[in-house]
Structures are given as structure tokens and as C-alpha cells.
Design a protein around this ligand. Structure first.
Ligand code: ARG
Length: 580
């Protein structure tokens, strides 16, 4: 399945060659025909708007150009089985309808492909995805949770498209806060609280120590000395620091386990500590390093990005310095084509600065900041502490509790343990999907009703559609054991099954769109539309009561729907249980 193209790409090629036949030697070499899905299915399945774009180049009326293209497309040698009809509309659009039999063949040809016909555009390319990246001794805030969910979906999508992916959890495990934490820990830690809820207690210690430093200069000086000792490798401080990292990691791991997230690498900021002085040398050699009020900076005024501080007045390195050291190391070790950084919107300026410095240094890699807005939480939705810091466990528990209610009423006969298993998949899935179905950059408000809705754009709705198909298939297998679906062609005689078939064949387009634009919501939208098309179909035709032959072909079609839903949900990091 390596060389498959999406339907759109295949259609574009088809039109491209007709273009050259229609206007020999007149089409610029770099002109690429574009055939895109129609916005309104009543006009056709795909449409080409190139006649308008070519009007200037060819000095002809768009409709005349469209007519010539259609004429070339209809020459016998070119008539494709792929297209069943085409027509010119409006100022010069060409609308195409695909041949449902051809679509059915295509579905058969991609059925056994684990990538379901998705072009392997990532072959021989490496992408590093830097996501989640919480800070040690601080709880994960909602930004880290979104980063974890969105980053993990991007991770799965890229692997699916053939990329070699290295997911890296760039922990905030080094920095000035550790002086305050070490000092605070020695004075105010409560061992029981530390045992019960380590990260929360470490944060409390930090906050208290920070407050004291604001009032008490001697405390601040002492904290600085503790930090210097840590940085110089003092054994006692190093042991404390290691303890903080381990305690925090232990809590983060629990969350990753529940979310089904795993990283290839967990190289926190500390990993690059020894490289930091070298960053300054490299900047200096490139003539980029200047002094400003005792600090060392890269001047980005020309780019209207101010200055990027790489060494503070007190001699300490900072966030940007570490990110530079990190990118050098990643480029050297993994030779990535692209590095994605998934964080909330508040870091846009940091990444613009840091990327600009990389450009000046000629760092040979494509850098992308995939940012998202902060999700709003309506009052009282979660137990919140200080702004948008939420207790993630509480949120996950609540999701599972609500899902269990749904499962208990939809499958009362299921054994309790299984009900809980399903509830876990549905609850966690609902939370993830509520995040992933939105444009990451738009402002959204989370509500339980929307996240758990069985009749709207939600994970439970998709999981339910999937489970419903599996149950039809099970009934079918029990009633008609002789039906071998393997020989059946997917049904494509009736309009709702044609629509469903076309939708299935477009799965690769949705996956590629989501991957290329770093927008998992493109895939979520697709899955929702697929489930809705299925629902229409389900209501309009009989399944088990249909005639021999017809029945099998319908089963074959809906099995493809279930498989595609399952694969698609998996790409979003969401499970699709056989029953709900
Ligand atoms: N630890 C940072 C934070 O919590 C996020 C790190 C993002 N990754 C990076 N390479 N800067 O804000």
C-alpha cells in the first residue's frame, strides 16, 4: 500500500494530464491541477476550480477553458472508470461524481492495509514531538493536560503516516526554583502530606518559600546559595533534587498510565545542563552574542522580537538557553526533519524568539510551535485551585463515574468488572475527545453534558456507533453462519451506501489533513460525519432481513465503517470497546 494516493490526489493527476492535452505547451510547468472535495455534495463529490485560475494565463474565458478540459477528459483514451459523471457549473467549475463501483473496489483494496490506504508521506523522515513537559515539584496544569492529549494524538498520527517519531517529555526539572524548594523543604515540609500527595506538598513548600523570599532578603540569598551548590554538584542538594524528580515523576506516570500515553524519551531540562556554556560559545562564534545591562542576549529588535536573554545578570542560564542546547542535541542525535513543540498559547513569543535565533544560527531543521488556547472551565465543573490548576485525578475519576452510569443503563447484563472497563474507555475517551474535536487555537468551554453526549459530537457517540455495528455483525454471524463476508463486495447500489462508501474512501484525506496541519480535530470531524452517515444508513435499510447476497454486502460495508471508526479513534488515543 506504499504508493497509494488520496482520492483528491488521484483526481488531480487525472485532470493534470487532460490539461496538457487540452492546451498543449500552454500550461506553465509549475502549474498543478487541484481537485478538491465539494462543499455541497449536491454539486458532486469533487470539484476543480482551475479554469478560473488559468483564465489569466491562457487569456480565455473560464467556461471555455473548462469546456476544453472536459472535452479532453472525455476522449476515449482518458475516460476513467473512477468518474461516473462530470459537468461544468457556474463561472467554470468542473464537478465530478465518482463511480460507486470504482469506490467499492478501492475499499476492497485498502481493507487489509493497516494504514487503510493512507499514503506513507513520512517515510524516511524523523519528527521529534516535544509534548506534555510538566514541571517538577509543580502539579500539571490544564495546559500540560491539553499538551499531553494533543501531543499524543499528533504522535500517533505521524507514526500512522510512516514518520519515525520520537516523543520527548521535556520535563522542567532544572532551574532557579530548586534553590527555593530545597531551602523550603528543609524548613517546612510536612512528611505525612509529602507521603500522601507529594507534588501538592512540594508545591506548597515552594509557594511558602517563594513568599518568604519576597519579604526576607537573607532567605533569598540563602536560596541562591542552595541553587549554586546544586549546580556545582553538592551531594546533599543533588540527592534532594533527585528525590523531587522521582516523586513528581511517580505522580506524572500515574496520569500517563490512565491516559495511555508513553514517551520514547524523557530528557528533562537537566539533561542539557552541561551543554549550556557551549550554547553561548556557538552564539558568540556566529557573532550573535551581545551584552545588555550585564546580561548576555541575542538582539532581535530587527525582527521586532526584543532581545532573547541567554544568560542572566546573575550568570544563570534560562529557558531559551536550554531550548537551544536541546535543539542542537536533537539535531545531532536524531537528524529530524521537523521538531514540534506542543504548549499553550502563552509561550508564542518565547518560541518565536528561539526559532529566530535558530534560523540565524542556520540550524537545519523545521521547527513548529503547535500552540493551543486554554480551555475554560465553567464555575463548579471541577474542584479548582488557583485559576486553572485542577486536580487531574479528580477529573478522571469524575469522567469514569459518569461513564459508568451510561454503561450500567445501556448494558445492565454486562458483568461489573467489564462495565468498569468499558466505563474507563468511555470516560477517558470523552475527556480526550472534548479536547481533540476543537480547533486547538479556539477558546472553548468544557461541559460534561457536551463531552458525554450520546447524540452529539462526542467520543461516547462514536464509541456507541462502533459498538452498535459490532453487535449487528455479531447477530449476523449467529443467524447466518454460512455467510462469508470475505467474498462479498461492499454494498454500493443505494445512495446512502454510496455516500458511506465515499466517506470511507476519504479516510486517508482526513488523516493526512490532521497530520499536516497539526489539527487532530480534522480527523474528529471526519469520524463524526462517518458515524452520522452510518446512522442515516442504519435507519434507511434492513440489514438482517435483507436478501441473501445483499445482506452480506451490507455487512461488509458496515464492518468497514466499524474498523475505520476504531482505527480513527485509536489515532486520537481513544479506545473503542466492542460493547457499551
Ligand atoms: N516545562 C514547560 C512549561 O511547563 C514546557 C516545555 C515545553 N518544551 C520546550 N522545549 N520548551 O511551561
Amino acid at each position: 500500500m506504499k504508493n497509494t494516493k488520496t482520492l483528491g490526489a488521484e483526481m488531480s493527476l487525472y485532470v493534470q494530464s487532460a490539461l496538457h492535452d487540452a492546451f498543449p505547451q500552454m500550461i506553465p510547468n509549475d502549474f498543478e491541477a487541484a481537485v478538491v472535495p465539494t462543499a455541497d455534495p449536491r454539486n458532486g463529490d469533487y470539484q476543480c476550480n482551475d479554469a478560473m485560475a488559468l483564465a489569466k494565463i491562457l487569456r480565455k474565458a473560464p467556461r471555455e477553458i473548462a469546456a476544453a478540459i472536459v472535452e479532453a477528459l472525455e476522449r476515449p483514451a482518458r475516460t476513467a472508470e473512477m468518474v461516473s459523471s462530470l459537468e461544468i457549473a457556474g463561472p467554470g467549475f468542473i464537478n465530478f461524481r465518482l463511480n460507486p463501483e470504482w469506490v467499492a473496489d478501492r475499499l476492497l483494496s485498502i481493507e487489509d492495509d493497516p494504514c487503510r490506504g493512507t499514503p506513507q508521506v513520512g517515510e524516511a523522515k524523523t519528527v521529534v514531538i516535544d509534548y506534555s513537559s510538566p514541571n517538577v515539584a509543580k502539579p500539571m496544569h490544564i495546559g500540560h493536560i491539553r499538551s499531553t492529549v494533543i501531543g499524543n494524538a499528533l504522535d500517533r498520527l505521524h507514526r500512522f503516516c510512516g514518520f519515525r517519531v520520537l516523543s520527548d517529555n521535556h520535563l522542567g526539572d532544572w532551574g532557579t526554583q530548586f534553590g527555593l524548594i530545597i531551602l523550603g523543604y528543609r524548613h517546612f515540609v510536612n512528611p505525612e502530606a509529602l507521603e500522601a500527595s507529594p507534588v501538592q506538598e512540594l508545591e506548597r513548600v515552594y509557594v511558602e518559600s517563594y513568599r518568604k523570599s519576597k519579604e526576607d532578603d537573607a532567605w533569598m540569598d540563602q536560596a541562591r546559595r542552595e541553587l549554586v551548590k546544586l549546580q556545582q554538584g553538592d551531594e546533599e542538594n543533588l540527592a534532594l533534587w533527585k528525590k523531587f524528580v522521582a516523586l513528581s515523576m511517580g505522580e506524572f506516570e500515574k496520569i500517563y498510565d490512565r491516559l495511555g500515553v508513553r514517551f520514547d524519551l524523557t530528557r528533562g531540562e537537566s539533561y542539557y545542563n552541561a551543554d549550556l556554556p557551549g550554547v553561548l560559545t556557538r552564539l558568540d562564534e556566529a557573532g550573535l552574542l551581545v551584552e545588555s545591562d550585564g546580561a548576555m542576549v541575542v538582539d532581535l529588535e530587527a525582527e521586532t522580537l526584543g532581545v532573547c536573554i541567554v544568560r542572566k545578570t546573575d550568570g544563570g542560564f534560562n529557558y531559551a538557553t536550554t531550548d537551544l542546547a536541546t535543539v542542537f542535541s536533537r539535531v545531532r542525535d536524531f537528524e529530524p526533519e521537523t521538531i514540534l513543540y506542543v504548549t499553550d498559547e502563552r509561550q508564542q513569543r518565547h518560541f518565536r524568539q528561539f526559532f529566530t535565533v535558530c534560523e540565524k544560527l542556520g540550524v537545519d531543521v523545521n521547527l513548529e510551535h503547535v500552540w493551543f488556547g486554554l480551555m475554560r472551565l465553567p464555575e463548579g465543573t471541577f474542584s479548582t485551585r488557583e485559576g486553572n490548576v485542577i486536580k487531574l485525578e479528580v477529573l478522571l475519576d469524575e469522567a469514569e463515574r459518569r461513564a459508568l452510569e451510561i454503561v450500567r443503563s445501556s448494558s445492565p447484563d454486562l458483568p461489573e468488572a467489564q462495565q468498569r472497563d468499558v466505563a474507563r474507555a468511555v470516560g477517558i475517551g470523552a475527556l480526550k475527545y472534548a479536547d481533540l474535536c476543537q480547533n486547538p487555537q479556539s477558546l472553548v468551554t468544557f461541559t460534561w453534558d457536551k463531552a458525554m453526549a450520546l447524540d452529539g459530537n462526542s467520543a461516547p457517540y462514536l464509541q456507541y456507533a462502533h459498538a452498535r455495528i459490532r453487535s449487528v455483525l455479531d447477530k449476523h454471524a449467529a443467524q447466518f453462519p454460512a455467510d462469508t463476508l470475505g467474498d462479498a463486495r461492499p454494498a454500493c447500489a443505494l445512495p446512502p451506501e454510496q455516500a458511506l462508501g465515499l466517506k470511507l474512501a476519504r479516510f486517508p484525506e482526513a488523516v493526512l489533513g490532521a497530520t499536516r496541519h497539526y489539527r487532530p480535530n480534522y480527523l474528529a470531524d471526519y469520524l463524526y460525519e462517518l458515524a452520522r452517515e452510518y446512522s442515516t444508513y442504519h435507519q434507511s435499510v434492513p440489514f438482517l432481513k435483507s436478501d441473501d447476497g445483499v445482506r452480506e454486502s451490507r455487512m461488509r460495508l458496515i464492518r468497514m465503517v466499524a474498523d475505520t471508526l476504531k482505527t480513527g479513534l485509536d489515532l486520537l488515543g481513544i479506545e473503542a470497546p466492542e460493547r457499551i
